[in-house]
Write a protein that binds this ligand. Structure first.
Ligand SMILES: NC(=O)C1=CN([C@@H]2O[C@H](COP(=O)(O)OP(=O)(O)OC[C@H]3O[C@@H](n4cnc5c(N)ncnc54)[C@H](O)[C@@H]3O)[C@@H](O)[C@H]2O)C=CC1
Ligand SMILES: O=C(OP(=O)(O)O)[C@H](O)COP(=O)(O)O
Length: 334
């Protein structure tokens, strides 16, 4: 059986999830929604992806442009087993009633509150919790990044303090800033720490700053240890953690710019870096404190999580079988 998947909201996350669905042998992409017939809608059509109007109110825009849609969101919902909601943050909660009425399972993204779904999800941390569920929230890019590395060393953690340096906008977003400023989240903790706690039960506080870059987020992580560990052991753990890669400054990875160039060199679609990038030299232990620095490609790290969430919701595979399948299909290195 192939799970029939629809994507509502064909933007940064939606288009990447739709692509990833087409790479799976146990899923079929039925269609995506658009609010207007822009270049992304035409590109989807060229790729043979049925395009639906996000609601009836948007139909005149398509009619005016002579763009033939396959129907509206409600038609798409009639055709699918699960809808991936990748609409702008907060809109998913409003859409939930529509999905419930259609009797369709739904995946929400990190811009929604945890209460929108039965479980907040990061595959390697809590895949089992999503088994058979109807509503799952894939947590935000930053929360996914924190959870991937912290869950791998969870046994050693007494308390985590993390400083989040957030990219200002995605590369395609010309409307957002700051262009020449650093904007702190003045409320501490920022939402990221409590959000990690929706997936794994650890002590964590975060503070956050938005800076003028579009490429990636960076996290500076400091951990008070519950039991002793050496830097080489942490390196060993991360080397054996899926969807986490170690990069060395020594080899020219000075900044997020080279990490993205690495993804380009791999000929990754949209230069996606699905893996969390940890700087190897940054992993250090001083007394009972562990430090490391990691970078998160915000446009893509949550994509494999959406695929694994679908498998869990339909109980198509167990955790490691799903992660392996998703990794292989997307060329994830380990
Ligand atoms: N961009 C990022 O770095 C990440 C975003 N997220 C989350 O993913 C979700 C989507 O974010 P992005 O893809 O970045 O947003 P986006 O703005 O790139 O894409 C959203 C898409 O939804 C469309 N849309 C607007 N109103 C709609 C409606 N009524 N019905 C259907 N579609 C509609 C927009 O035209 C756009 O194509 C949010 O919850 C966000 O917080 C999660 C991880 C990373
Ligand atoms: O989920 C994200 O970041 P966040 O975890 O800092 O909220 C994504 O980078 C999207 O953030 P945005 O809401 O600033 O576009």
């Amino acid at each position: 059986m192939k799970v029939k998947v629809g994507v509502n909201g064909y933007g940064t996350i939606g288009k990447r999830v739709a692509y990833a669905v087409t790479r799976q042998d146990d899923m079929k992409l039925i269609g995506v929604t658009k609010t207007k017939p822009d270049f992304e809608a035409y590109r989807a059509m060229e790729l043979g992806i049925p395009v639906y109007a996000a609601s009836e109110e948007f139909l005149p825009r398509f009619e005016k442009a002579g763009f033939e849609v396959a129907g509206t969101l409600s038609d798409l919902l009639n055709e699918v087993d699960v809808i991936v909601d990748a609409t702008p943050g907060g809109m998913g909660a409003k859409n939930k009633a529509v999905y419930e009425k259609a009797g369709v399972k739904a995946i929400f993204q990190g811009g929604e509150k945890a209460s929108v779904a039965e479980v907040s999800f990061v595959a390697q941390a809590n895949y089992e919790k999503a088994l058979g569920k109807d509503y799952v929230r894939v947590v935000s890019c930053n929360t996914t990044g924190l959870t991937r590395t912290l869950s791998a060393i969870q046994d050693y953690i007494d308390y985590v303090y993390a400083v989040m340096i957030r990219r200002a906008a995605d590369p395609n977003d010309a409307k957002r800033g700051p262009v020449n400023a650093i904007t702190p989240s003045v409320t501490v903790p920022s939402h990221h720490g409590p959000d990690v706690q929706t997936v794994i039960p650890i002590n964590i506080e975060t503070s956050a700053f938005v800076v003028p870059t579009t490429l990636m987020h960076v996290h500076s992580i400091m951990i008070e240890l519950k039991k002793p560990v050496e830097a080489k052991d942490v390196i060993d753990i991360f080397e054996n953690t899926t969807r986490v890669l170690l990069f060395e400054k020594e080899k020219g990875f000075d900044s997020t710019a080279q990490l993205i160039e690495f993804a380009r060199d791999l000929h990754r679609e949209w230069n996606n870096l699905y893996e969390i990038a940890v700087w190897k030299e940054s992993i250090s232990v001083r007394g009972n404190r562990l430090f490391y620095i990691q970078a998160v490609h915000q446009e893509s790290d949550v994509v494999p999580e959406n695929i694994d969430a679908i498998r869990a919701m339909f109980e198509l595979a167990d955790k490691w079988e799903s992660i392996k399948k998703t990794n292989e299909s997307l060329g994830i290195l380990k």
